[in-house]
Design a protein around this ligand. Structure first.
Ligand code: SF4
Length: 110
């Protein structure tokens, strides 16, 4: 991806120091490029940026351009991927226990 600074998330991009050419590859090399996104702290923001701006090339948020096109075709009514993905992320974080094996949430619940 080309790091975006519009929301300030680009500074946290795991690929910030990577060779940009690594993310703009074709074929099987895309799977290796996608691996770079694993564990990236701004993966959701990156994917939302690419989807909302209809970016057609490169790996963004761990998805290839082909995967993003398919997603956009499946969900043509989404007007803001940023809002949709942030809401989903927030709901996921709320439903996921913190700490090892949910110990923190179990402690709080008792
Ligand atoms: S999700 Fe991937 S492409 Fe996007 S900022 Fe993170 S490492 Fe870079």
């Amino acid at each position: 991806m080309a790091v975006s600074e519009e929301d300030g998330w680009g500074a946290q991009a795991k690929c910030l120091t990577a060779d940009p050419e690594e993310l703009f590859v074709e074929g099987a090399a895309q799977n290796r490029a996608k691996a770079l996104c694993t564990g990236c702290p701004v993966r959701t923001q990156c994917l939302a940026h690419a989807l909302d701006n209809r970016i057609e090339h490169g790996i963004w948020g761990g998805m290839t351009e082909r995967e993003r096109r398919a997603l956009l075709r499946r969900r043509p009514l989404v007007t803001s991927w940023k809002r949709l993905l942030q809401t989903a992320q927030t709901e996921h974080e709320r439903s996921t226990p913190t700490g090892l094996n949910g110990k923190d949430s179990q402690t709080r619940a008792s």
